[in-house]
Design a protein around this ligand. Structure first.
Ligand code: GLA
Length: 687
């Protein structure tokens, strides 16, 4: 079946995914109208559907457009807001044709009068129900002909419409530093509800995705419409519920409200992708659909096993020395760690957070012979070598800042607000990104670095660019600059792997995942707190991308005491790392850790590459013949998911046989050790 088809008489396009259909139409006034998003339909059926034409009276409902604009009797949330040099605002579309190429559809529009072109992009894949949407704006004029720039007040990537009767409930995450991705489900207000980050990163406080349902979906059942934005800077997603029966709409894109910039004659602007997925299998199937999509179409190296990492941050803080790191490396290797990452504190005069960011040479007192001896030591133990960097930042107390005070974001007559004693380098400037690429390239080449943890520890403030005629572009161009440096670095060093981080999970999004291998999702390593953070993260992002360390007890952040085994089990739900101070672990603890690392390596293919099912106080993973269950809480019978009733499973540890029909209906009997909080890992293999 073709993935994109077109009915000429009605000017209806149909996008077909394995289990859903999406239809749009070029309306009588040439504006693109929404027709259908949901259960599979044939082209003829979609062509016969009515469109919602609610723009005929000043009292009509809003909604129903593929990309809501300003102009005419439209009163909803505009996805595109433009202003021409003569003061005219808004758009009147003329349809200019379309192009279909495999799973891709481009619908070409232009303004009836002004030199503004807009192509709506749609892409579907044979293996996914996720539909990718974005747009390209074009200034069709030229400076020679005297055309003026066009003011862009808002340019979202896409507007999605959900049937009114289903737009009842919203799922999203809230959070904070050390408490990211807390899932919330709320009744959708009859109003405009804005989810946003004004920080220049996707942020700890909200993550750029949304799920919409009729209030009747659960993990296993129900229709769910979900959308996720592939962007790592400021963003805004606005949901609108109309009480008079208009469609429930969700428009989203890069940038927060109030930012404006000018599209120059001849210039094109591409938005990031705002992807959407319809699922009939509840929140669980929705998440698995996103996980599959991220693996198949977002991650650079989805099939590569994520190594067991050691990271020194919680153990040593800024107290990084050759001796200390070497001692940790020896202990880490002995536990089975595969990649040793030296965190903050190895460079410049970085002995606290007050100095050194920007001076990316090894600290001469701590590493008089450079990092070579440490890298050699790590490799001698059979581990790969990684380093923490924070390229977008500088401390005022740094040689870099003393030399280039103009490289940071700043505004005339305004204070330069320091957060964590640091300022943000303007990555919209090509001289700054060139500098960043040059030192990163040299660093990676010099020490043959396998892994970088790319951090970003503060929001943008005083985001100005004195002397630049259109400074607010930097909100987009800073993020693009970061993308460009990472992409170039990866191209130049194909063996390099990158972990995304922003004060923990402040920049966890599909934009970062397109160029990183995993994400440090929170600075909070308390296993109890992690359960909720990981639950929220798993709504969209797959386990293989979720860095999770086990650290010390009591936990340095929360002071909570938990057993080593429990801390390990919770961290095994993602890409396992160790971040504790191994110099203080006792022999019995080290022995237990060795066993648990080896257990993780054994279950890792199932956890990292399997399908994930969120169960009550448990997570289940399944791939091929293997099932892994990580459970905590009480002794109980845990009903499993996603098995065929006729299968029979054998417990790898006890040899007990379980019929899948029984596991689904009556549950897997769990016997958890008495020590609180308690947990277990069960491995089953299909007979
Ligand atoms: C951020 C990161 C931490 C650590 C510190 C180092 O907070 O999230 O993991 O790397 O910076 O300063």
């Amino acid at each position: 079946m073709s993935q994109v088809s077109f009915d000429d008489p009605s000017r209806t396009f149909l996008l077909t995914t394995p289990a859903s259909s999406y239809a749009l139409r070029v309306g009588a006034d040439d504006s693109p109208r929404h027709v259908h998003w949901g259960a599979p339909l044939a082209l003829g059926q979609a062509a016969a559907l009515p469109t919602h034409d609610g723009v005929t009276s000043s009292f009509a409902s809003t909604g129903g457009e593929e990309l809501a604009v300003e102009g005419g009797a439209r009163f909803g949330v505009p996805s595109l807001l433009v202003r021409y040099a003569d003061g005219t605002r808004g758009v009147e579309w003329a349809y200019e044709g379309h192009a279909i190429n495999g799973g891709r559809l481009d619908v070409k529009l232009r303004d009836r009068h002004y030199p503004l072109g807009c192509t709506l992009h749609y892409a579907v894949h044979e293996d996914s129900d996720v539909i990718e949407r974005s747009l390209t704006l074009r200034h069709l004029g030229t400076t020679e002909e005297g055309d003026a720039p066009i003011g862009i007040l808002r340019c979202d990537a896409a507007g999605w419409s959900v049937p009114a009767a289903s737009g009842i409930r919203l799922s999203h995450t809230v959070g904070e530093w050390s408490g990211e991705t807390q899932l919330r489900r709320i009744e959708a207000p009859y109003a405009e509800t804005v989810f946003t980050s004004r920080r220049g990163v996707s942020g700890h406080h909200a993550n750029p995705w949304l799920m919409v349902d009729a209030g009747d979906a659960d993990e296993d059942h129900g229709e769910v419409w979900s959308m996720a934005l592939a962007w790592s800077g400021s963003w805004r997603i606005t949901a609108q519920r109309d009480h008079a029966g208009g469609p429930f709409t969700v428009t989203g894109g890069a940038g927060h409200d109030g930012l404006t910039w000018r599209l120059q004659p001849g210039e094109s602007h591409e938005t990031p992708v705002f992807a959407g997925q319809f699922s009939r299998g509840g929140f669980g199937a929705t998440s698995r659909g996103w996980h599959r999509y991220v693996a198949a179409h977002v991650l650079p190296l989805p099939d590569e096993v994520r190594p067991v990492i050691y990271n020194s941050w919680e153990a040593t803080g800024w107290d990084v020395t050759l001796e200390g790191q070497s001692a940790l490396a020896a202990r880490a290797a002995d536990l089975g760690v595969e990649l040793f990452v030296v965190d903050d504190g190895w460079f410049g005069r970085r002995v606290s957070d007050r100095a050194g960011l920007g001076d990316w040479q090894p600290n001469p007192e701590r590493f008089p012979c450079g990092l070579g001896p440490l890298a050699d030591e790590v490799r001698r133990h059979g581990m790969r070598f990684g380093l923490w960097v924070e390229p977008e930042m500088t401390n005022p107390d740094s040689d870099l800042y003393r030399e280039h005070p103009d490289w940071v974001l700043h505004m005339p007559h305004r204070r330069r607000t320091e957060l964590r004693h640091q300022l943000v380098l303007n990555f919209a400037r090509t001289d700054v990104t060139e500098w960043a690429f040059t030192w990163l390239d040299r660093l990676v080449a010099t020490y043959d670095i396998d892994y970088l943890k790319w951090d970003m520890n503060r929001a943008l403030t005083e985001a100005g660019w004195p002397g630049h005629p259109d400074a607010e572009r930097l909100w987009t161009d800073h993020t693009r600059g970061v993308y460009a440096v990472i992409d170039r670095l990866r191209r130049t060093h194909p063996g390099l792997r990158i972990e995304g981080c922003a004060g923990g999970g402040g920049r966890a999004d599909l934009g970062m995942l397109a160029r990183t291998d995993q994400i440090w999702i929170s600075d909070n390593t308390d296993a109890n707190d992690r359960i909720a953070i990981q639950y929220g993260y798993s709504q969209i992002y797959p386990a293989r991308t979720m860095s999770a360390w086990i650290t010390d007890s009591p936990n340095p952040h929360t002071r909570r005491r938990t057993p080593l085994r429990y801390r390990f089990h919770v961290a095994m739900a993602g890409a396992l790392g160790i971040g504790g101070d191994l110099s203080r672990w006792t022999e019995p603890e080290l022995a237990q850790a060795r066993e648990l690392v080896s257990l993780y390596k054994e279950i890792r293919p199932v956890v990292q590459f399997g399908e994930q099912f969120r169960l009550k106080d448990a997570v289940q993973y399944r791939t091929g013949d293997r099932v892994v269950v990580i459970a905590w809480g009480q002794d109980r019978a845990l009903c499993l998911a996603g098995l065929s009733p006729t299968e029979v499973y054998v417990d790898d540890d006890t040899g007990a046989e379980h019929h899948a029909a029984t596991l689904l209906a009556h549950g897997l009997p769990l016997r958890l050790p008495a020590q609180e909080p308690t947990s277990t890992v069960v491995r089953l293999t299909r007979r």
